[in-house]
Design a protein around this ligand. Sequence first.
Ligand SMILES: [Zn+2]
Length: 320
Amino acid sequence: MTVKALYIMSSPRGGSTLVSLVLGQHSEIANLGEVSFMPKLLALGEQCTCGSELRECAEWGRVFSELASSTGVDLRVDPYGLYLDDAMKRKDGSGKIDHRRQTIGRVAIARFRGAMDTLGLALPAAIGGAWASLPSVKSGMNNTMMLFSAATKVWNKEMVIDASKLPRKAIHLYRAFPDEVRILHLTRDGRGVCASRMAHMSFERAAKRWQHYHRITTRLLDRWVDPDRRFFLRYEDFTVDPERWMKQLCAWMGVSFEPQMLVFNSDGITHSAGGNPTRFKLADEGIRPADDNWRSKLSAVNIAQFETLAGSINRQLGYR
Ligand SMILES: [Zn+2]
């Protein structure tokens, strides 16, 4: 098998934590979690799914040592020493911000680089192709692949899962390593996503952000990634019949389906970084159907707002 990484593209609250954890229970697959946010998670002392601090997790320690031997940078000592990408967090998003790192100046630089990158990816392939060799993009992809390689080597796995969900990063990784990288395009009904984000932001803003994410994602995937190199999965479908979808996904990735992927219990200790609190509850709760309480939670005004802002793309993704 040459494929080395499955990159998950999904909006926030789109189900990527659960799907990545399921995949990570395969004997040949390691779910690394949100790789792009690893520096921040280390700097802020956040936890691995095993319960230890990431910096102190012995399993990650082996990976960081291996990575240090190939790059000269030990992320435990210098979390931001290896550029993976800008990976900024928004103030109204979920997840903590490392305020010592994410300064106004760095955010400005990241925005500028992001705008340039968006432009590069919108240009015709022949011109946009040169974009991937911009120094920041190129080193980010190489460093990320080195981290993937260190994890597969040390943990003796065939493949890693990266659930960082950054659309442009997915495209660049695939373009830099077309034989090694595959993309899982995971979607969830925008009304459900927005209902679950209302605690953090206005419904209108959540709908705009969801629409923006999917517009960009769909456009980038159509433009840059061969259809047979990406797998489309609706989160709701997955939770209703996880076995059916995992079998299909495994067949597509070239690994055999393993029933234990779907079984969470307290013996199964995994080591992934980032993700929502779901990751600590699965042994008790297991895989449950995606909640559809947006149907009762959203007002008629919300539904109408969503329809105006994001209705057409939601339908395009198969939601009625
Ligand atoms: Zn751990």
